[in-house]
Design a protein around this ligand. Structure first.
Ligand SMILES: [Zn+2]
Length: 342
């Protein structure tokens, strides 16, 4: 029964204070050159160690080698000019200064493949690797070339697919695409967003996941959540088409969210990473609170398809809080696993 309810995290974990500013999203690096390369690898080792100590079953790099979950990937593409910056509204929510697409985009070289190989050498456990999704990438840039979100997404999907194939060959077990934009642009998701996602996962031999959340616990997101009313039904708009897609796993925000759990019925058949840890609060969940969320989800997800997870990344949290939350996730999953074994 131990391999039931395998735990994992949505992605990012706090970085050590010698590498980046603590409790800060998208902090600049504190090291340079070879020291930075070595520092990132050391941070990855620490992050893995903390996940394993907490009993996390499917481990990750904790996103220790990237500054931003989208921009770090884009930095490795040609066709994007980081000097030509424009201010755009991200996910219809907050302004950000972003680089411009000025020509055909292409992946000139691997982005995370060496990091994934490094992680693979450090652990026997299954590993999950996060990449940005095509639609969320489009939404994090100013497009001065394709003039079409759909066309640009398609080009990004091709670049992501190249990267994903090499990550799988490096021994990654699950590749996850982060698509918070799926929670905002429902018409586009159904018109071309899921098609672009399927292009990104085409021909992959590892498992694939899509992470759709309500964002990090930053003010722009928590303010937005206040406008969503008592029932968050965003997932309802996109689940039918997602259910029919080739994606294996769907990662969702369920802890302290106002998402009606029964919406998960709409993706019956998929594996579901149920967010049972709230990343927008420093309060560490009790194992019982985690278990309660998992029990609710079990009404709509078969037990062999339930993957306890966090709502989103934990980068902005103090390290002790993140460690506490990882342990709570493990302990909560163990409670439910024991109940299932009865
Ligand atoms: Zn997220």
């Amino acid at each position: 029964m131990k391999n039931w309810l395998p735990t994992s995290t949505a992605g990012s974990l706090p970085k050590p204070t010698w590498l980046a500013e603590p409790e800060t999203l998208w902090s600049p690096w504190k090291l340079e050159g070879q020291e930075l390369l070595d520092g990132k690898q050391d941070a990855l080792r620490l992050s893995l160690h903390e996940q394993q100590l907490a009993g996390i079953d499917i481990v990750s790099d904790g996103e220790q080698t990237r500054q931003h979950f989208v921009t770090t990937f884009i930095e490795h593409l040609s066709g994007v000019d980081f000097e030509q910056r424009k201010t755009v509204k991200i996910r219809d929510r907050y302004d950000a200064s972003v680089p411009s697409v000025v020509g055909p985009v292409a992946r000139e070289k691997p982005v995370f493949v060496d990091d994934a190989r490094f992680l693979r050498k450090q652990t026997e456990k299954p590993i999950k690797w996060a990449l940005p999704g095509p639609m969320t990438m489009v939404d994090t840039l100013y497009d001065n070339h394709y003039k079409s979100r759909e066309k640009l997404a398609w080009e990004f999907a091709k670049a992501l697919n190249q990267e994903a194939r090499e990550l799988a060959a490096a021994g990654v077990d699950i590749i996850q695409f982060d698509e918070p934009a799926f929670n905002v642009f429902f018409d586009e998701v159904n018109d071309w967003g899921i098609a672009a996602l399927e292009k990104a996962i085409e021909g992959l031999e590892c498992e694939t996941a899509v992470h759709i959340c309500y964002g990090y616990g930053i003010k722009a997101n928590t303010d937005w959540k206040k406008t969503l009313g008592s029932q968050w039904r965003q997932y309802e708009e996109i689940f039918p088409k997602l259910q029919a897609s080739n994606i294996d796993i769907v990662s969702l925000e369920c802890q302290n969210s106002h998402v009606p759990m029964e919406l998960i019925e709409l993706i019956r058949g998929k594996k579901v990473m149920v967010g049972a840890i709230d990343v927008a609060t420093h309060t560490v969940e009790t194992p019982e609170e985690v278990a309660e969320t998992l029990r609710k989800a079990l009404q709509f997800v078969d037990a062999d398809k339930l993957y306890p997870c966090t709502n989103c990344g934990m980068t902005p949290l103090p390290r002790a809080v993140a460690r506490g939350k990882l342990s709570a996730l493990s302990a909560g999953a163990a409670l439910v696993r024991n109940e299932l074994a009865l």
